[in-house]
Design a protein around this ligand. Structure first.
Ligand code: NAP
Length: 405
């Protein structure tokens, strides 16, 4: 009997029924190919774990080109309402049409739903080709602030009336000498925004028994934005988890087993150390632009630029949207060719978030065995010795078989 229900959020906790309704956006370009593969793997994992006691009731919502064709708009209001109503969703990649005045659909979704934490776990799967010697030493989760920083979109084009107006004001009131033909952007970094993001990273570290949290910033130069982010992070640790989280300064001797270390690193040095000593980093908390660079660089390190999963989450109201982190790869659209792992692993992240961790482990196991078998999609096959190239849908079947064995 149909007993599909909404995911609820009460007393700061998600309440997930056995048959939750989950809205999805298929995505543009290769989106439909990877969506078909991902839904096959996700449904199979749930079936294997709970033999019909639990299942996902998928509900398609529109965005991107499909929405434009059917409704005349790229992001219908009903889509945003559905994500609010059903609370948890998942999406394929969306095209951002190039042109003035067109806002990225992804950024719009994150801002409208106030999904302030962009969470990107980065780990290595044995067998996946990587450009570094010891990719298995990378095991980090990046918490990137999603709503502020230069991504807030507060920009003025050079040599417009508004830019001149602001420049005049800055010169008169602050004595700031900025070239008159400059474009201008504002970089807001608030205490509220920083604290809620860093708290999400701390809570995750505590719940998952992780060892350290690193605040990555350019506070040596940008003192009142990035530097303030760092200071607010240390302040928050002292204020809410004084027994659990210790900073370098407070540490005497080795880190006790039940404690978590909080430290900070300047962003450029972080990039060096993440390459040379990745085992020293665990949970990363950072602002929007740093987080963008860091999550892609780390994904490349484990060979997984087309495989990295992502989730955009508001831990205060439970809203969450999981997504493939690569783009639409339009030249491969409809060819059943590309690697669906990013969306599949985002599905595993979604299951973890829902408290359905068994299904997430099942998916990871299926993927691990599939990479080891060297029957993989073109992107991995071209970098592996003796690999057999399979299509996107064949790869999904191989993952399902490998979950069972
Ligand atoms: P892209 O779609 O990520 O593709 C760049 C290249 O990455 C592809 O040509 C392909 O490399 C590789 N690739 C991407 N996805 C892959 C997959 N699933 N499996 C294997 N290889 C994969 O980046 P783009 O061409 O810059 O962007 C295209 C469109 O996507 C743009 O409209 C952009 O705005 C949008 N976009 C959306 C999102 C999102 O929705 N989250 C994110 C980024 C970009 P090879 O050519 O070497 O095979």
């Amino acid at each position: 009997m149909e007993k599909a229900e909404k995911v609820l959020f009460a007393d700061k906790r998600l309440q997930v029924p056995d048959e939750p309704i989950i809205p999805f956006i298929e995505g543009d370009g290769t989106g439909p190919d990877i969506w078909r593969a991902a839904v096959r793997v996700m449904d199979h994992a749930v079936q294997l774990c709970w033999k019909g006691q639990r299942r996902i009731v998928w509900k398609e919502v529109l965005a991107g080109e499909k929405a434009h064709q059917q409704t005349g708009t790229y992001l219908p209001e009903e889509t945003i309402e559905a994500f609010m109503d059903y609370r948890i969703g998942i999406k394929g990649p969306l095209t951002t049409p190039v042109g003035e005045g067109f806002r990225s659909l992804n950024v719009t979704l994150r801002q409208r739903l106030d999904l302030y934490a962009c969470v990107r776990p980065i780990r290595y799967f044995p067998g996946v080709p990587s450009p570094v010697k010891e990719p298995d030493k990378v095991n980090m989760v990046v918490f990137r602030e999603n709503t502020e920083d230069v991504y807030a979109g507060l920009e003025l084009q050079a040599e417009t009336d508004k830019a001149h107006q602001l420049l005049d004001y800055l010169t008169k009131e602050f004595g700031w000498r900025i070239r008159p033909d400059s474009g201008l952007g504002i970089k807001p970094v608030s205490r509220t925004g920083s604290r809620r993001l860093i708290k999400a990273a701390m809570d995750f570290a505590i719940q998952h028994n992780r060892k350290s949290i690193t605040l990555v910033h350019k506070g040596n130069i940008q003192k009142f934005t990035e530097g303030a982010f760092r200071n607010w992070g240390y302040e928050l640790a002292k204020e809410i988890y004084p027994e659990k989280i210790v900073s370098w300064g407070e540490l005497q001797g080795d880190l006790p087993k039940d404690k978590i270390l909080i430290k900070d690193t300047i962003a450029d040095i972080f990039f060096q150390q993440a390459l040379t000593r990745p085992e020293e980093f665990d949970i990363i908390a950072t602002m929007n632009l740093n987080g963008d660079y860091i999550s892609d660089a780390l994904a490349a390190q484990v060979g997984g630029i087309g495989m990295a999963p992502g989730g955009n989450i508001n831990y205060e109201n439970g809203y969450a949207l999981f997504e493939a982190t690569h783009g639409t790869a339009p030249k491969y659209a409809g060819l059943d060719k590309v690697n669906p792992s990013s969306l599949i692993l985002s599905g595993a992240m979604m299951f973890d978030y829902m408290g359905w961790g068994e299904a997430a482990r099942c998916i990871e196991k299926g993927l691990e065995r599939s990479f080891a078998s060297k029957k993989v999609t073109y992107d991995l096959a071209r970098l592996m010795d003796d690999a057999q190239e399979v299509s996107c849908s064949e790869f999904a079947e191989i993952i399902c078989e490998n979950m069972e064995s």
